[in-house]
Ligand binder design. Sequence first.
Ligand SMILES: NC(=O)c1ccc[n+]([C@@H]2O[C@H](COP(=O)([O-])OP(=O)(O)OC[C@H]3O[C@@H](n4cnc5c(N)ncnc54)[C@H](OP(=O)(O)O)[C@@H]3O)[C@@H](O)[C@H]2O)c1
Length: 244
Amino acid sequence: MARTVVVSGGGTGIGRAVAARFAAGGDRVVVIGRRADVLSRAADGIGATALPADLGDPAGAERVRAELADRFGTVDVLVNNAGGNVGTGDGAADGLTDTARRWAGDFRANVLTSVLPTEALRDLFTPSARIVFVSSIAAYRGSGGGSYGPMKAALHPYIYDLAADLGPRGITVNAVAPGLIDGTEFFGGALDDERHAALVAQTRTGRAGTPGDVAEAVHWLASPGAGHVTAQIVQVNGGAENGR
Ligand SMILES: NC(=O)c1ccc[n+]([C@@H]2O[C@H](COP(=O)([O-])OP(=O)(O)OC[C@H]3O[C@@H](n4cnc5c(N)ncnc54)[C@H](OP(=O)(O)O)[C@@H]3O)[C@@H](O)[C@H]2O)c1
């Protein structure tokens, strides 16, 4: 039976691949993002419904809840994929005001965009619903001194608490933590060849990940067969967490 699947950040990169994977499996997919044009192009390409919203804003999450309740009634799968490393810059050189701006920006981009839709949709989740977050390898080993890794790490204990809270309803809550994934807007052109090669060299697979690699892991965690897997963070990084 077709499920209602909601994918945040479904207009580009990993989220788009996740949305396409569920759509290919026959599910009804709703993609969410801030840029309406990007979102509707992606939605048209994979047969999904576009729902533009800023999920870092309580009003945006509230509007998403109202639209989903109105159009679909319930939600079977929520993939909290929206996020990014917005807190880049040189903290030492830029001073405390800029440091505060960058940390708050990454908090909004990675924590609020996951927490607000999850809390907004609580009463719409079906029995045996699946919630999957997209964390990062940076939650385990940092990302070079910035605020991005700590914000992804902040999601992990939230996931554990949520799994305990929603477990009695038959709902599972998990995350995937990707390493370097090509074919996304994540680095915004800021990843040079040398850094890319260094990150690939840390993998045991000898390659960068693809959005499809992450989509397959998310799709499995959301499958009926994964019903006894909850409160887990699945690393999708070619073994790079232990890389040298
Ligand atoms: N690429 C990697 O190497 C990598 C590695 C580890 C983890 N990740 C994580 O993977 C997830 C997906 O990123 P990606 O790599 O696919 O990069 P991406 O192409 O930049 O995708 C991020 C998506 O999130 C959406 N988004 C950002 N802020 C939002 C907000 N406030 N409200 C609604 N949507 C928002 C963006 O759309 P709009 O700008 O239109 O809103 C965009 O579609 C992120 O959580 C990222 O941290 C990526």
